[in-house]
Ligand binder design. Structure first.
Ligand code: ADP
Ligand code: MG
Length: 253
């Protein structure tokens, strides 16, 4: 049975999608069978693994709203052992369309249950909100990985996120654990980054991943080539750190 990890933070631009794509690709490179589920209507994960959104017939929208068979919507990617359940802008309507439906919070979980035995890891890239799509993701997940950008106000908004996690644990998914807090986009030239690391570690203690993701130009470039960092530039710092993160995730069990 695959382990389901949701990558969530309602702040945009903190590295959720970069982490979803590159953690998934590095896990696949280490021999794991990985499914990445794009739950963001922007579809940056989908294009980030090389899928042309214009070529998609059915996406996660059809699975969540119309009960399409997830196995028919999942596609292979150019990375061996890495599959994707893609997203398109159509998904933007789902948040509203799901509101009046029965068991609206467990739709993603039901879809994942149909494919979980085919994968070792299922990584969900959440949208930048705490709405129904993120609730579905947290309800379906075994754990949540929280990227935190090494910036001013890094901790801002995290209490809201943790509160949502607690509500999901209470009402929808008792098993939901915190996989870890991932510090992202560290600029090693500034003291600010170091201060943020200390602050986040004081708050989350052993829940903070040892791997810290630095700012790396190649990580920013890779998506426009539709490739994860390990194939776009295997020798880059970005490839090195996401490889380390994948090992840490595997060792978490
Ligand atoms: P989110 O999914 O949380 O909105 P993204 O992963 O899309 O965040 O990252 C926001 C932007 O920052 C993207 O343009 C991405 O390419 C870039 N980026 C993310 N992580 C890094 C990094 N470690 N180094 C350089 N650029 C990064
Ligand atoms: Mg994103």
């Amino acid at each position: 049975m695959g382990k389901v990890i949701a990558i969530a933070n309602q702040k945009g631009g903190v590295g959720k999608t970069t982490t979803a794509v590159n953690l998934s690709a590095c896990l696949a490179a280490q021999g794991q069978r990985v499914l990445i589920i794009d739950v963001d209507p922007q579809g940056n994960t989908t294009s980030g693994v090389g899928i042309d959104k214009g070529d998609i017939d059915e996406c996660i929208y059809n699975v969540l709203v119309e009960d399409a068979d997830p196995k028919k919507v999942i596609q292979p990617t150019s990375t061996e052992r890495l599959h994707i359940l893609p997203s398109t802008i159509q998904l933007a309507g789902a948040e509203i369309e799901l509101v009046p439906t029965i068991s609206r919070e467990v739709r993603l979980k039901r879809a994942i249950d149909q494919v979980t035995k085919d994968y070792d890891y299922i990584i969900i890239d959440c949208p930048p909100s705490l709405g129904l799509l993120t609730i579905n993701s947290l309800t379906a997940a075994d754990s949540v990985l929280i990227p935190v950008q090494c910036e001013y106000y890094a901790l801002e908004g995290l209490s809201q996120l943790l509160n949502t996690v607690r509500l999901v644990q209470k009402h929808l998914n008792q098993q939901l654990a915190i996989e870890g807090v991932l510090l992202t986009m560290l600029d090693a030239r500034t003291n600010l980054g170091i201060q943020v690391i200390e602050e986040v570690k004081k708050y989350f203690r052993e829940k903070v991943f040892q791997t810290i993701i630095p700012r790396n130009v190649r990580l920013g470039e890779a998506p426009s080539h539709g490739e994860p960092i390990i194939t776009y530039d295997p020798r880059s710092k970005g490839a090195e750190v996401y490889t380390e993160l994948a090992k840490e995730v595997v060792s978490n069990g």
